[in-house]
Design a protein around this ligand. Structure first.
Ligand SMILES: C[S@@+](CC[C@H](N)C(=O)[O-])C[C@H]1O[C@@H](n2cnc3c(N)ncnc32)[C@H](O)[C@@H]1O
Length: 213
């Protein structure tokens, strides 16, 4: 399900700053040589992530779901000089490509890549997080929230992508659809949690933004 018409989407893109050369090359290479290029954040969401990161100037960011590194670079643009972004992906095949682009973008010393299942990697991370971007396997979103909530600083933020799941969150639930079930659980968990304030923003496939009080 598209939430806005193609024409409005084009209008929004036409009135949004363009990708820098490096992100444009990364976007192109992802679309020409990597499986499932639809997974990339793209310019509209990428500019949103950059703006949020520039506003917050986070010292420590965690991303779950590196893929080809597009959103990691967008988020890293807001890091102060001493800031670090940790990014986790279970797929090791894209590591050479992401390393190449992190270097091109000048973030090779500020982005730390972790290869592995995020639900196993996160418990071993001793981090105090200012900002988290969750953009990986949907079935684990509720687990990620539970693992992360104590690692976020008061006043820190979690942004989770795809929480509207092409509109499936308001359709009749197919009991075998684990992703939709987990996203419904994630959205309810955040909504009911007394320690956060939250906004479900219908940008692209839905971003749940929450701030730890
Ligand atoms: C939607 S893509 C991420 C897109 C990226 N954030 C961007 O905007 O360009 C999801 C990624 O999550 C990774 N992933 C899936 N399950 C995972 C898990 N359990 N732990 C870590 N990464 C996982 C996939 O390999 C994939 O690269």
């Amino acid at each position: 399900m598209e939430f806005i018409s193609k024409e409005l989407d084009r209008y929004c893109n036409d009135h949004t700053s363009s990708e820098c050369e490096i992100l444009s090359a990364l976007n192109h290479e992802t679309h020409t040589s990597v499986l499932n290029p639809r997974m990339i954040s793209g310019n509209l969401q990428g500019q949103f992530l950059t703006m949020i990161s520039r506003m917050l100037q986070p010292k420590c960011i965690l991303e779950i779901g590196t893929y080809t590194g597009y959103s990691a670079i967008c988020l890293a643009k807001g890091l102060p000089a001493s800031g670090v972004l940790h990014t986790i992906d279970v797929n090791e095949e894209l590591e050479d490509m992401t390393t190449r682009y992190f270097k091109k973008a000048g973030f090779e010393h500020q982005i730390v890549q972790h290869i592995g299942d995020a639900s196993l990697v996160i418990p071993n991370m001793d981090l105090e997080l200012d900002l988290v971007f969750i953009d990986a396997d949907k079935k684990n979103y509720p687990i990620y929230f539970d693992l992360l909530v104590d690692k976020i600083k008061p006043g820190g933020w979690i942004i989770a992508d795809n929480v509207l799941w092409s509109g499936k969150v308001i359709e009749e639930l197919d009991s075998s659809d684990k992703s939709t079930k987990a996203l419904l659980e994630y959205n309810k968990k955040v909504q009911d949690h007394p320690g956060v304030e939250n906004l479900l923003l219908p940008l692209r496939d839905g971003l749940m933004i929450c701030r730890k009080i």
